[in-house]
Design a protein around this ligand. Structure first.
Ligand code: ADP
Ligand code: MG
Length: 506
């Protein structure tokens, strides 16, 4: 491309930038151009090089190779201060405010001509008030900055950038540590900055957020630019595919077969219930059994019959050779847990803290742990929340502030506290993002490795194939095929699920 063709609205451009840390190549020949006044997102897996690119543009890091241009002019920043002089400011995931200074001081110090004493203080306050009003933030200038939440500290950083007339704002995972309400507010801030003509570089792994806020998106993979294009031409799936570089968007933990002598944990014998027309099925300790089939084949109904929330009309169910009887409470105490399909009526109390929602108390004594002290309960709950990888600002945040994926993880934690032996997971990853899906897969595989039995109900063939040691296929309330080893493949599952009938529109 000749110089004459350079469109004038290119605000920031990187040309062939490379950067290594020791032996790690964080960026390889990365070329990105960011239009003036656009919200430009950078997406990619962990380690793809997003932050490194953001830091190079913000003057935090120097590239090993390649060029950085601001409004068509090559620059080489030696510090963030130099980047700021060219109108570029960065807002971190962990904001860097000076905790013991006030909000107004944090925003304005260094951006002001020097003055002293009360004059300075009064001028500072006035300037701050103008700034905060124009940004529409609800911040008091005299609060110590250290007393603010992360969201508040980010607002301080944004004001600081505005006070220095920044025209480019780089945000690196700004909502990663925010609650749902704070995230919504930050989205409004991004939109309003864009409306004021600022250029925003938004690094985020929340693809929905990217699709909502950004007009352009660059996908990075292994330090390389995969593509840049309008978000209007992308979907979450298309972005994931580009990020991972392969059409199957999901990867699964390695399968470890259950021990050859693993005992039968669950035995379902001739069970009939509404929607279940006579089923025999076993699950061994350490085994993940997939339950496949079309919608309406009776999979959820079978799960409910095993858990005791669907009345059985005939047959028997045994756990470790003893009959399972009674309702869900009794079965939970016996060691059967169900992760239900719909999380709407799952018993999470939205306004109560995460900790409380996960803890034994929320289960009304439905546990096999027996009598535990409050202290031990707290220790165990904390460990289990961490193990389930619940991502929250604090375990004391209300559960409603969590994303769907994280709410699902709170339910997993609560279930684990019951020390189950058999887990029935009904569509455990429906409606959660790719990252949370992976976490849930690892969680289920980990349980099986500890010797639990898992009955996995899923409509995603890939998930069934990726996780199950054995697959039972249901059709019209019956198990019509059991597949394992060489026989286990997608086409065998589909053939069994559809039967010999001509395929109908589902
Ligand atoms: N300061 C550093 N020292 C060593 N390696 C680093 C450093 N910063 C980043 N890396 C490495 O560079 C690669 C890209 O990292 P990063 O830009 O942080 O990716 P992303 O933000 O997309 O997750 C990763 O392999 C990371 O481990
Ligand atoms: Mg990063």
């Amino acid at each position: 491309m000749s110089q004459a063709e350079l469109p004038v609205d290119r605000h920031i451009e990187t040309r062939g930038i490379s950067k290594s840390f020791g032996g790690t190549r964080a960026l390889s020949n990365a070329s990105v151009s960011v239009r003036s006044g656009s919200v430009h997102a950078l997406v990619g897996e962990n380690g793809a090089g997003k932050s490194t690119l953001g830091k190079i543009i913000a003057g935090v890091l120097a590239p090993d190779d390649g060029e950085l241009l601001v409004r068509g002019e090559p620059v080489s920043f030696r510090s963030p201060r130099e980047a700021l002089e060219r109108g570029i400011a960065a807002i971190g995931q962990e904001p860097s405010v000076v905790p013991h200074l006030t909000v107004a001081e944090n925003v304005l110090l260094g951006a002001e001509p020097r003055a002293f004493g009360t004059v300075r203080r009064r001028a500072l306050r006035k300037r701050f008030e103008v700034l905060v009003a124009s940004a529409g933030f609800d911040l008091r200038g005299d609060t110590p900055a250290g007393a603010l939440t992360i969201a508040g500290q980010q607002e301080v950083e944004i004001l600081r950038a505005l006070a220095r007339s920044a025209e480019v704002v780089i945000m690196d995972e700004p909502t990663a540590a925010l609650s749902a309400a704070e995230t919504a507010h930050l989205h409004e801030i991004v939109k309003s900055l864009a409306a004021q003509g600022k250029t925003i570089l938004l690094i985020s792994h929340f693809l929905r957020e990217v699709l909502e806020l950004a007009d352009t998106v660059t996908v990075l993979r292994d330090g390389r630019v995969v593509r840049t294009g309008p978000t209007a031409g992308e979907t979450e799936d298309s972005l994931v595919e580009a990020m991972l570089g392969q059409p199957q968007a999901l990867t699964f933990p390695p399968k470890q077969a259950p021990r050859a002598d693993a005992p039968v944990l669950l035995a379902v014998k001739g069970v009939q219930a509404l929607g279940v027309a006579g089923v025999d099925l076993t699950v061994r300790a350490g085994e993940i059994v997939g339950l496949a089939g079309l919608v309406g084949a009776g999979r959820t109904e079978l799960g409910q019959a095993i858990f005791g929330v669907r009345k059985m009309q005939a047959g028997e169910i045994e756990l470790n050779g003893s009959p399972l009887t009674g309702g869900a409470r009794k079965r939970l105490r016996a060691g059967v847990a169900l992760i239900p399909e719909s999380r709407k009526d799952d018993g999470l109390v939205p306004d109560r803290p995460i900790f409380e929602n996960a803890s034994l108390a929320s289960l009304g004594g439905l546990t096999r742990l027996g009598v535990v002290t409050r202290r031990r309960e707290q220790d165990v709950t904390r460990q289990i929340l961490a193990r389930c990888d619940v991502r929250a600002r604090s375990n004391r945040s209300p559960v409603r502030e969590l994303s769907g994926g994280n709410q699902q993880k709170v339910l997993l934690a609560r279930m684990l506290l019951c020390e189950p032996q058999l887990v029935i997971a009904d569509e455990p990853t429906r409606g959660v993002d790719v990252g949370a899906k992976r976490a849930i897969y690892e969680f289920l595989v980990g349980l099986a490795e500890e010797g639990l039995g898992i009955l996995l109900i899923s409509s995603e063939l890939e998930e069934i194939m990726g996780l199950s040691h054995r697959v039972a296929v249901m059709r019209s309330g019956r198990i019509v095929a059991e597949l394992a080893g060489d026989e286990l493949n997608e086409s065998a599952i589909l053939t069994a699920a559809f039967g010999n009938q001509p395929r109908q529109a589902a």
